[in-house]
Design a protein around this ligand. Structure first.
Ligand SMILES: C[S+](C)CC[C@H](N)C(=O)O
Ligand SMILES: N[C@@H](CCS)C(=O)O
Ligand SMILES: [Zn+2]
Length: 327
């Protein structure tokens, strides 16, 4: 056996999918469509405790829509978050494991039903374990400001992420998905942890953006990516949960500052009010817009494309259809 790169499985999926694979869409917001009440500090992670069947249902919907990668329900599932609810540390770790198991079970079940279908348009999906930013845990909108205050330093962020990362990796996902990272410090914490914990599955690290130019902290993506570019553990970098009309030029920015795979999965364009805990109407993209733009994002160099908050299985169906059309 020759040497296999850490990102071989991901590269293989991208290649099989014709150069651009499809990530799933908004997870928490799709749970809400099914009636989940998640206006809570745990947000979608509350369903791991109360309504796990809905988690599996949403994963199945995205698989049917053509997602090649499922992102798990662990975005806001954190050990301190669960412990604050009176859940023991052991139970909290089991809930993290459960987030991976639910996605793996959905993926395996779906694949069993489609793998032998003639002229199938599906690939065996990969499962990416979501690691939401520290700001997601704070539940104060700081994943869109990058403002963690003067008491937060590199070590504190590493301490926050370390055990969750270990538990998620041990649960056996194919990938790790760091999501809505708002500043350079947290990006650095993620990379240092991947190295220190010798994580041997690939990761992507995605930033949010509120001005379409920089990370929410105001730091340039060039600065943010310097440290990520040095690590082989980071397979892909990009943007999630930013408005779609920012994405084209952000891909161009990323192309200039990294050779890594570029991933984009913007939200619908609505804006999260972290204090009122509501989506505010803004320049909203419908599924047709997403479909047209997905082609442009692919042509600009993105190799992983999906949707984030308020996008739905129908958005992912549109993207998958157009990106997998045979020419
Ligand atoms: C990506 S935001 C919409 C997630 C929810 C936020 N962390 C909160 O709990 O308010
Ligand atoms: N994977 C998470 C990201 C929220 S920004 C979700 O889709 O709910
Ligand atoms: Zn989002």
């Amino acid at each position: 056996m020759g040497f296999e790169s850490i990102s071989a499985k991901l590269d293989d999926l991208i290649q099989k999918a014709g150069g651009c694979a499809v990530v799933d869409g908004g997870f928490a917001t799709q749970l809400e469509i099914h009636g989940a009440a998640i206006n809570d500090p745990l947000w979608s992670a509350l369903c791991l405790i109360k309504e796990p069947h809905l988690i599996k249902q949403v994963h199945m919907e995205y698989l049917e829509a053509g997602a090649d990668i499922l992102v798990t329900s662990s975005y806001q599932a954190t050990l301190p978050g669960f412990i604050a609810r009176g859940i023991s540390a052991k139970e909290a770790e089991l809930l993290l494991e459960k987030s991976v198991n639910l996605a793996v079970q959905a993926r395996n079940k779906f694949w069993d039903t489609v793998k032998d279908a003639p002229a199938r348009s599906y690939y065996r999906a990969l499962v990416a374990a979501s690691v939401g930013s520290y700001g997601a845990y704070l539940a104060d909108g700081s994943e869109y400001s990058g403002n963690y205050g003067p008491d937060v330093n590199l070590e504190k962020l590493k301490d926050f992420h370390r055990r969750r990362l270990q538990v998620l990796v041990n649960a056996g996902p194919d990938l790790i998905a760091f999501e809505t990272i708002p500043n350079k410090l947290e990006a650095q914490a993620c990379v240092e942890l991947l190295e220190e914990e010798n994580v041997n599955i690939p990761s992507w690290i995605c930033f949010s953006s509120v001005d379409g130019v920089n990370a929410p902290s105001g730091e340039s993506f060039q600065e943010c990516l310097e440290v990520l570019n040095k690590s082989d553990k980071v397979a892909a970098v990009g943007i999630n949960c930013a408005p779609p009309h920012f994405v084209q030029s952000l891909i161009q920015t990323f192309k200039k500052v990294t050779d890594k795979v570029i991933i984009v999965y913007p939200n619908s364009g609505e804006i999260w009010d972290g204090i009122a805990k509501k989506w505010m109407p803004s320049k909203c993209f419908d599924d047709d817009n997403f479909q047209a733009y997905a082609v442009r994002w692919r042509d600009a160099g993105a190799k992983l494309i999906g949707g984030c908050c308020r996008t739905t299985p129908s958005t992912i169906r549109s993207i998958s259809k157009v990106l997998k059309e045979k020419h």
